[in-house]
Design a protein around this ligand. Structure first.
Ligand SMILES: Nc1ncnc2c1ncn2[C@@H]1O[C@H](COP(=O)(O)OP(=O)(O)OP(=O)(O)O)[C@@H](O)[C@H]1O
Ligand SMILES: [Mg+2]
Length: 366
């Protein structure tokens, strides 16, 4: 496999710690947005994305590119801490505020200084704390638990969720006003199946990191194995890809990774509700990284001969035009019914809506 270290060096943030790998159109756009938001005065950023897609990585990159990278990046997972502890973790407490409060304790909003408070899984935040958080965002001030003095918050809040919070708002478990305040600067991290072109570069990067961590030699990846990795739907996104590679290194210590070592069938069957296409999602899923070109050719010809889906014309095609044309045809054939159009294109309704929105085709559909 071709060495991509030059490519990776260009991707790292200033501290060289948080490389965001991927030069698909979707990731290039995402990285530009991250950089622009990080350098802006935006005091709140809201990151949406499926589990394992890279939300925390995006949050850390925003911090690293901010004006205050040397200040703390503090994080808390709102889903994993009981309500009473979450409040004191966020805001701190005064001595004597409750029985066990023997000393004053600073909360994350105070510890962060001008840095970043990363609120992961914000959809799980209890209602009472949602109200308090909204106050911090609006007044840029908070009180320690048991305290009376207002303390200024000078940093940035980055929140993340893998849930569709609109549904939580609808059923009353998430405040609409907090959602709209958070969502002023939304960032969407696309699922890995919508940017399969990034997979070869990610595989190379993750193998470099994981083999170094495990103290083993970095293996090569056979063309067939790379084809299978690029074709997989990855419902657990980059984290799942990383775990599979790690498992393969531990169990096989291979010099060459071959398809039989990867055991991707279980992932595929779990992902059957997702978009399982390869050439079916050409616009965002086309292999684009230089490392991937041989794999793309090998994969495409194999797929074309086995399923006769598309044969690339000699002069090539414009993938964006092709995607748009497929979307329009599916909409027309389904009389603009999204569920039926999604079925025709073998993608989920959510994926279809994402793509229709990308081409400005969403209005007029049902
Ligand atoms: N584009 C990328 N380049 C390099 N590594 C990545 C990329 N995206 C994700 N990763 C790696 O994949 C793993 C999962 O990413 P991360 O923790 O940021 O996902 P997440 O969206 O926060 O997941 P969850 O919803 O489960 O909390 C991490 O080890 C991260 O470094
Ligand atoms: Mg996370």
């Amino acid at each position: 496999m071709q060495n991509t270290s030059r490519h990776i060096e260009q991707e790292v943030s200033p501290s060289q710690n948080f490389a965001i790998i991927g030069d698909s159109e979707a990731m290039t756009r995402l990285k530009k947005i991250i950089r622009r938001v990080a350098e802006s005065k935006a005091d709140t950023v809201f990151i949406h994305g499926e589990s394992g897609s890279g939300k925390e990585l995006a949050a850390r990159a925003i911090h690293e590119w901010s004006d205050h990278p040397a200040d703390p990046f503090v994080e808390i997972n709102c889903a994993s801490i009981p309500e009473n502890l979450l409040e004191s973790e966020l805001f701190g407490y005064e001595k004597g505020a409750f029985t066990d409060a023997k000393e004053r304790k600073l909360g994350l909003f105070e510890i962060a200084g001008r840095g970043t408070v990363f609120l992961d899984e914000i959809g799980e935040m209890p209602a009472k704390l949602q109200a308090k958080l909204l106050r911090v965002m609006e007044c840029r001030r908070f009180k320690r638990v048991g305290g009376t003095r207002d303390i200024d918050f000078l940093g940035r809040i980055v929140a993340a969720t893998h849930r569709h919070l609109e549904e939580e708002i609808h059923n009353g478990s998430f405040r609409a006003d907090l959602f709209y305040r958070l969502n002023v600067v939304p960032i969407v991290v696309p699922p890995l199946r919508d940017r399969r072109g990034d997979i070869p570069a990610l595989v190379d990067f993750l193998l470099t990191k994981t083999s170094a961590a495990l103290g083993v030699a970095k293996p090569e990846v056979s063309t067939d194995a790379m084809y299978d990795l690029a074709k997989c739907s990855w419902p657990g996104n980059v984290r799942e890809l990383k775990n599979i590679l790690q498992r393969t290194l531990i169990f096989h210590q291979p010099r060459l990774i071959t398809p039989d070592m990867l055991e991707l069938e279980a992932i595929e069957s779990r992902a059957s509700s997702h978009d399982a296409g390869y050439l079916q999602s050409p616009g965002s899923g086309a292999l684009s990284h230089p490392v991937s070109s041989t794999v793309a050719l090998a994969g495409a010809s194999r797929l074309a001969s086995s399923k006769e889906i598309f044969l690339l014309p000699t002069g090539g095609i414009d993938l964006e035009d092709l995607e748009k044309s497929m979307l329009v045809q599916a909409l027309e054939r389904s009389r603009f019914n999204q569920t039926k159009a999604a079925r025709l294109l073998h993608v989920t309704r959510h994926t279809l809506r994402y793509r229709l929105e990308k081409f400005g085709l969403l209005s007029g559909t049902v």
